[in-house]
Unconditional design. Structure first.
Length: 77
C-alpha cells in the first residue's frame, strides 16, 4: 500500500490519491476486488501521462503474480 500511495509524490499531475482495502460488508457483491484506488489528476494530459510513467510501470510490474484483474473507470469532475 505504501508503494501505491507514494505514486502521488513520484508522478507529476496527481493532485490527490487515496487507496485502501475494501471494507464493505456486501461481500457477495465485490467480485473478488479487495483494493480500491482513486487518483485525481490536474488535467486530461496528466491522466494520459500517468499510465506510461516509469513509476507507475514499476508499480504495475511489482504486482506480477499478485493481481488477477483490474477495473479502470475514468470520469471528469
Amino acid at each position: 500500500m505504501d508503494q501505491l500511495l507514494a505514486l502521488q509524490e513520484q508522478i507529476p499531475g496527481i493532485v490527490g490519491l487515496t487507496a485502501g482495502i475494501n471494507a464493505t460488508e456486501e461481500t457477495d457483491r465485490i467480485q473478488g476486488y479487495t483494493i480500491g484506488l482513486r487518483v485525481t489528476f490536474e488535467d486530461q494530459e496528466a491522466l494520459r501521462a500517468y499510465g506510461p510513467h516509469p513509476a507507475h510501470q514499476a508499480f504495475v510490474a511489482s504486482l506480477d503474480g499478485w493481481v488477477e484483474d483490474v477495473i479502470v473507470v475514468d470520469y471528469a469532475i
